[in-house]
Design a protein around this ligand. Structure first.
Ligand code: MRU
Length: 341
């Protein structure tokens, strides 16, 4: 995708380092950064400079290629990168693509590059399949950021929207703000604005009533891990959206590449849910007019917080999975069909 006329991906190989768009600074500042050690790659993922399931997989792949170039030990580099975030299985897909080639830095880098290209191609295919679900004038609700920042290019949930807009269809997107880190407000709204797509940011608690009032034709979200039975883990707040869609007969689709499917976990109950620091809920982070980081406490000093970063949407609430192998049912049979294509 282009930013101010220049083509970018969310992360890239930058001559012996891994370059990335620092997503913590958006939408106020567009800045790139570079990780020159395996620890810096891991810190960028843990600290949310780089986020979104397919993008962290590509970041981890380049991180392992960097560790190979630096002559590090495979097991410890793999363990360090693998421990950054627990929910998105794409992280392991990226590491597993590079690990067999670790002995040769050139081959490791080649494998990371192929993984990167494959994720971008998958995102494009998701867009082409998903675009068929979108009619001219559609009003679409989404949650978190499942756009190009989260998937290297195009996106998962946003890819069909970009493809529909490219084909000349008019769409309106309701962007759930996505407390506590506000990926919707900060990142999805920024992406859509950059691409001239009509959108409104809505408070997380508002979406269910928009659905009930008949203002939403379709919900599309991304996923961080999909179990063998079709249950999907995604950003906290996705499950209530699916419940509201189901209760009001509105289609609810989950868009994800095959690298997000984990056939080794039977159901969503087996997916590890990341618990993030309570400060993300207790404080609001922002930037001052001078661009300096600012933090304000919202809750009483004596209150503590619970901060699960993801929830599970059961397969029965999902109308379909938009994958790079086509649109399949969220069921064991649908998952088998997608993986065998
Ligand atoms: O915690 P984040 O911002 O990494 O969570 C991201 C999401 O939940 C996205 O919806 C998901 O990774 C799909 S990305 C294409």
């Amino acid at each position: 995708m282009k930013v101010n006329g220049t083509q970018y991906r969310a992360v890239w190989w930058a001559d012996g380092a891994v370059g990335y768009i620092d997503q913590r600074l958006l939408p106020h500042r567009f800045e790139t950064a570079s990780a020159g050690t395996t620890q810096e790659v891991a810190d960028a993922i843990t600290g949310m400079g780089v986020r979104g399931a397919p993008t962290i997989g590509v970041m981890a792949a380049y991180g392992l290629a960097l560790a190979s170039l630096l002559g590090e030990d495979l097991e410890s580099a793999y363990r360090l990168l693998d421990s950054t975030r627990p929910t998105a299985v794409n992280l392991q897909a990226g590491l597993d693509a590079v690990a067999p080639h670790f002995g040769s830095p050139d081959a490791a880098l080649e494998a990371a590059r192929s993984h990167d290209e494959a994720e971008v191609a998958a995102a494009q295919r998701i867009g082409e399949f998903g675009r068929e679900l979108i009619k001219d004038g559609a009003r679409i609700s989404t949650h978190c950021n499942a756009g190009w920042l989260a998937a290297q290019d195009w996106g998962t949930a946003l890819s069909p929207i970009y493809k529909a807009a490219e084909a000349g269809l008019s769409v309106h997107v309701y962007v759930g703000e996505t407390r506590p880190r506000l990926q919707g407000t900060r990142l999805t709204a920024w992406e859509l604005g950059q691409n001239g797509i009509a959108h409104e940011v809505v408070a997380d608690g508002a979406t269910a009533s928009l659905i009930r009032r008949g203002l939403v034709d379709l919900v599309i979200t991304g996923a961080d891990r999909i179990a063998a039975n079709g249950d999907a883990a995604n950003k906290i707040g996705t499950y209530p959206l699916a419940l509201a869609a189901h209760a009001n007969g509105v289609p609810f689709y989950v868009a994800a590449p095959l690298t997000t499917i984990d056939a080794n976990v039977a159901t969503g109950d087996d997916i590890p849910i990341e618990q993030r620091p309570e400060d993300e809920v207790l404080y609001a982070d922002g930037l001052t007019e001078r661009g300096e980081s600012a933090r304000v406490r919202l809750a009483p000093e004596s209150s503590s917080a619970l901060n699960p970063a993801f929830d599970i949407t059961p397969a029965e609430l999902i109308t379909g999975l938009i994958t790079d192998a086509g649109i399949v049912e969220a069921s064991p049979e649908g998952i088998r069909r997608a993986l065998s294509s």
